[in-house]
Design a protein around this ligand. Structure first.
Ligand SMILES: NC(=O)c1ccc[n+]([C@@H]2O[C@H](COP(=O)([O-])OP(=O)(O)OC[C@H]3O[C@@H](n4cnc5c(N)ncnc54)[C@H](OP(=O)(O)O)[C@@H]3O)[C@@H](O)[C@H]2O)c1
Length: 254
């Protein structure tokens, strides 16, 4: 059975990916993964393709058993894996709790790798993986120090995996969005407040980011970015000292 798997499908980017692949890709089933079952069920009803709801907390090791079993029982041929589950917390080192700090690493890095490794045996030539990184991966970022570091991990892991899987005809695209209008901003400010990060530049709609990411993935690109501002950001981060970029960023948040 030809399936696509989308994590973080209960809101924001993941939900939008599910909607667009249901229209654009030839799939027999879309598997929707996140913690909030009701949100996933609502989305499943709305999609024009059959959808399977798999409620999972991706930071809990024991929850992967049901995902592995589903892949096996369905004799799945995974055409697309889109890893969107992730969160950030605004704040300097003492402002973000130890628990939030570790949870960010667990979800953004560990769970993304675990989903990728669990799914890879069900891919064949033509399969595509999209990993959600961020423009924050381009340089270290004070006030989002752990989040930005997790996204640098995603970017580097995904680019290396893209190279390794190329001979098998499987592509891996690291999607690097800038600020988007999703619940991310609300979750990032929850408990830590919005003082540390409060000026947002080049905020885009997830629809445009997703459409561009799917086009780039279909072309076999290793990185996808939407918007001129984000392209300039990436070039600047390659050419300028990161110390300077971090200083400019801090000034932008005064
Ligand atoms: N919005 C931005 O400005 C922005 C910019 C760059 C990159 N990103 C990245 O884009 C991705 C999607 O974020 P978004 O903007 O769409 O934010 P969002 O609307 O808050 O979506 C985050 C998703 O992650 C899921 N999630 C959170 N904890 C989870 C857990 N323990 N297990 C399973 N799923 C979990 C949430 O579902 P449940 O709560 O139902 O579990 C939700 O579906 C993230 O990786 C984020 O880092 C966002």
């Amino acid at each position: 059975m030809k399936v696509a798997v989308v994590t973080g499908a209960s809101s924001g980017l993941g939900k939008e990916f599910a909607r667009q692949i249901a229209d654009k890709e030839k799939l027999e089933e879309i598997w929707l993964i996140a913690r909030r079952r009701e949100n996933l069920e609502q989305l499943a009803e709305e999609l024009p393709v059959r959808a399977r709801v798999i409620p999972m907390d991706l930071t809990k090791e024991e929850e992967y058993a049901k995902y592995r079993a589903a892949l096996q029982q369905a004799d799945a041929q995974v055409m697309l894996l889109i890893n969107c589950s992730g969160f950030g917390k605004f704040g300097r080192y003492g402002e973000v709790s130890e628990q939030d700090s570790l949870d960010m690493i667990d979800l953004n890095c560990r769970a993304l790798v675990q989903m990728t490794l669990a799914t890879l045996p069900y891919f064949s030539s033509g399969g595509r993986i999209l990993q959600i990184s961020s423009t924050s991966s381009f340089q270290p970022l004070p006030r989002l120090n752990i989040y930005a570091a997790t996204k640098a991990f995603v970017l580097h892991y995904s680019r290396a995996l893209h190279q390794e899987l190329r001979p098998k005809g499987i592509t891996v695209t690291a999607v690097c969005p800038g600020w988007m209008k999703t619940d991310f901003l609300k979750v990032a400010a929850l408990h830590t407040g919005d003082q540390a990060v409060h000026n947002f530049f080049f905020v885009t709609n997830p629809q445009k980011v997703v459409a561009k990411a799917l086009r780039d993935s279909a072309k076999g690109k290793g990185i996808s970015m939407y918007g001129v501002g984000n392209h300039i950001h990436r070039v600047a981060a390659k050419l300028l000292p990161h110390k300077l970029i971090m200083r400019v960023w801090e000034l932008s948040q005064q």
